[in-house]
Design a protein around this ligand. Structure first.
Ligand code: PLP
Length: 369
């Protein structure tokens, strides 16, 4: 059964190619180092201690998370420096933030008067103030204050004992909507330049702004060129995926993650079914709702087979001219969007030179809160 490439793998399973992963981590770390910019990678993509450790070994100054529970899971694994790049509101969240801040270094964002008030009330009386960055909305209209309102937030933060303003941050997510590489770099650079302008304006007004943080994988090439950006927070670059290839951010050879699935039914020459459905591959057709891809994943080495439809546990394959499959055959599928796919599996199988060498726990998997 030569078509069963990894007989020890029960499918569907998540596979990480260690050489590709480590090369991705090294390349982005080197690009940042060359520009004198620091890395604070977003761990929502991989959610694994082994990868976070490698990122820190390559010089990252801390880890970015979206969820407190991601920071809590990584704290339990021995990590101690987090940027929770998400608006935190409400008693339950703030109680957890306070507890976390007493154990490890934590920084978060502010983007509303209400948010500043709640964080300040939470931190009042603490020996160490909480570091905050003002989240600036440079056009994505997700979270953040418009650039011209940043100084109002900065002023309010400066009057709060429990908070320390460290800088500003943006997420140049609009770079996912620009398919042309040069235009994408220019767009991301434009957003980063706006963040630097806000930082300079705040400095002129007397605020001590040390950090200008930008963050996205497709935008990194552009934001790294902007004088005044001090750190980047890419996440997806650890694995890359079909979306990044379709954007031209990278190529298939850099895609480090895949779902290994088995052909479980093949009832017509042009039709087959695999044991990976939406619970494994997700129905994502591209990050931030960009539908840039055909099908629900790309089968490595089999360009004539399209994953046409998914139900929860089944993937429906359409075989184009000349393609053949065997029942029981294993297929290696590069996901459209790596981040939610990694979140679907409790463990990742690690391979090097095609051989299974380890299994890592996805320790921050399912961290929703
Ligand atoms: N920072 C923030 C606030 C994000 O929301 C994201 C991704 O959604 C990132 C950084 C990392 O971006 P990417 O996944 O493109 O690397």
């Amino acid at each position: 059964m030569a078509y069963v490439r990894w007989p020890e793998l029960d499918t569907p399973c998540l596979r990480v190619d260690l050489e590709r992963l480590e090369r991705n981590l090294r390349e982005m770390a080197a690009a940042a180092r060359e520009r004198g910019v620091q890395m604070r990678p977003h761990i929502k993509t991989h959610k694994m201690a082994e990868i976070a450790r490698r990122q820190l070994e390559l010089g990252a100054i801390g880890l970015t998370v979206a969820k407190l529970s991601e920071a809590e899971a990584l704290t339990a694994a021995g990590f101690d420096d987090f940027f929770v790049c998400y608006p935190l509101l409400g008693t339950l969240k703030l109680r957890r933030l306070l507890e976390l801040s007493r154990r490890v270094r934590v920084m978060t964002i502010v983007e509303s008067f209400e948010g500043v008030g709640q964080l300040a009330a939470t931190m009042a009386g603490e020996a160490t103030p909480l570091d905050v960055l003002i989240k600036i909305d440079t056009g994505m209209h997700r979270v953040g204050v418009p650039p011209e309102r940043a100084h109002d937030i900065a002023w309010l933060v400066a009057t709060q004992q429990g908070l320390r303003l460290r800088g500003v941050c943006i997420h140049e997510g609009l770079s996912y909507g620009e398919p042309d590489a040069e235009k994408r770099a220019a767009l991301a650079a434009e957003h980063a330049a706006r963040a630097v302008e806000v930082a300079n304006d705040l400095r002129r007004r007397g605020h001590n702004i040390e950090i200008v943080s930008t963050g996205s994988t497709p935008g990194a090439r552009g934001t790294l060129q902007v004088e005044g950006v001090t750190e980047i927070r890419p996440g997806n670059y650890a694995f890359y995926d079909g979306t990044q290839v379709s954007l031209g951010t990278t190529d298939w050879d850099h895609c480090a993650i895949s779902v290994v699935a088995t052909v479980v039914s093949h009832s017509a020459p042009d039709r087959a079914v695999i044991d990976a459905g939406s619970k494994a591959l997700t129905v994502d057709r591209g990050a931030h709702g960009t539908s840039t891809l055909t099908g629900y994943g790309t089968i490595r080495g089999r360009p004539g087979i399209v994953i046409e439809r998914l139900s929860e546990e089944h993937g429906w394959l359409k075989l184009q001219d000349g393609e053949t499959l065997q029942l029981g055959e294993q297929l290696d599928i590069i996901p459209n969007h790596a981040c939610p796919v990694a979140n679907n599996f409790p463990t990742a199988t690690i391979t090097r030179a095609g051989q299974v060498i380890d299994r890592w726990n996805v320790i921050a998997r399912g961290c929703m809160t």
